[in-house]
Ligand binder design. Sequence first.
Ligand code: FAD
Length: 478
Amino acid sequence: MADNRQDALGSHRDKPLDEAVIREFSSKVRGQLIRPKDDAYDEARAVFYGGIDRHPALIVRAADATDVSRVVALARESGLDLAVRSGGHSPAHHSTTDGGIILDLSEMKGLEIDLERRTAWAQTGLTAGEYTAAAGAHGLATGFGDTGSVGIGGITLGGGVGYLVRKHGLTIDDLLAADVVSADGELLRADAETHPDLFWAIRGGGGNFGVATRFQYRLHEVDTIVGGMLILPATPEVVASFVAEAEAAPEELSAIANVMTAPPMPFLPAEMQGQLIIMAMLVYAGEVEAGERAIALFRGLAEPIADMVKPMPYPEIYPPEEEDYHPIGSGRTMFLEAVDGAVGQTIVDYLQNSSAQMAVAQIRVLGGAMARVPAEATAFAHRGSRIMVNVAALFEHSDEAAVYEPWVTDFAAALHQGGEVGAYVGFLGEEGEARVRDAYPGSTWKRLAEIKDRYDPTNLFRLNQNIPPATHARMIEN
Ligand SMILES: Cc1cc2nc3c(=O)[nH]c(=O)nc-3n(C[C@H](O)[C@H](O)[C@H](O)COP(=O)(O)OP(=O)(O)OC[C@H]3O[C@@H](n4cnc5c(N)ncnc54)[C@H](O)[C@@H]3O)c2cc1C
């Protein structure tokens, strides 16, 4: 019985990839194969987060959807773990594996923009920054997150909360269709009419249902925005007032407040280093004068320490990133109802008492267009949540996690306001099934497990925030 259960999970039959299998496989794919003996191996196995040292048996940089289908078949037939990678930013390190296969989509960067219909088909090897730059050349945009190097694959499948969230909703609210390679290797179209169950599930359900090879998005006119970084001193009162202003602001404005100790930055006065600051990112996607008026209210909360908010083309909100930045950290994601002075005080206290290299509480004010979509319309169901908070500690060596994990856990518990904690799947670490369930409240979890049963009954796609197929879950319960 136990063996059957293992098989139902599709797990760990581990047949190593021998030379004959690799030879046969490489004759069928157009993309690049990278193996442990290759010079490119160490670079190719690295992910965004540092301190992760996994050794896959094979990395395949797929060239097209047919390659993707072949890699899925190889994983199925070998029984090896399959890590699917778009931009490599998984906080749970799911896009790498020890001994398994990495399906790396980063070479698949095709983008077709239909200016007349205001839609775009984008292959999932694109990053948010690459897509935004290309669409921005036409004064158009689809909203992603706060970081340009995040892959459109992972962020879209998780939901996508970013600088246009209050104006245009989540990334998935602009998702019109997707091409998905399912566990049996078939290329499926998922949209409102074709495989609508799959289309519902991939809008928040992560990589559980197949490999998305391309997405079709709606584009909005987003040309010049008023946006950028505003740095304020972080006192409990300023934190609370910042959140109040962001909630009261017009929907054109989306705000992210990173409350943190000031890192060494060239534009910060030396005496500010180590002091608590709010490093805010603001975007007003609307008329410039109205934007300036909305931003003035934030500038008035305290004497700004640095002010880089200005009218700019939207793509400039994603500045160039350091390629060799690979942070190591622990974090917790949650939703809160309110951030008042008392919550501000808790945040300030925890951050001041942290010995981490960097400690941060990131506050994202939600609402607007995101909240108008009914909770049951997509697998991302936290539509009524008002504020997302992510607390994190960054440190130098992965073995320091034992020191900072308890701090992160305590900090998150101190912020908890009763009821369900909730979780945004994109920011979950390796936190266990109960936390994955937090991402899918109400009937969402059950509905996802049933769809998983239909599209991936053996749980081939298990290196993710996993939703076990309903049949398997029932076997375990009985
Ligand atoms: C620095 C940083 C900033 C972030 N900022 C934001 C933000 O502002 N807003 C937000 O919403 N999220 C944000 N996130 C979270 C981010 O959206 C998720 O971690 C997302 O999964 C990363 O996508 P990726 O493609 O880069 O990662 P990957 O590690 O490549 O993928 C993550 C997982 O997604 C699945 N996956 C990826 N691509 C595919 C595909 N094509 N088909 C099937 N499955 C796939 C796989 O299960 C994979 O393990 C941020 C993360 C980081 C590290």
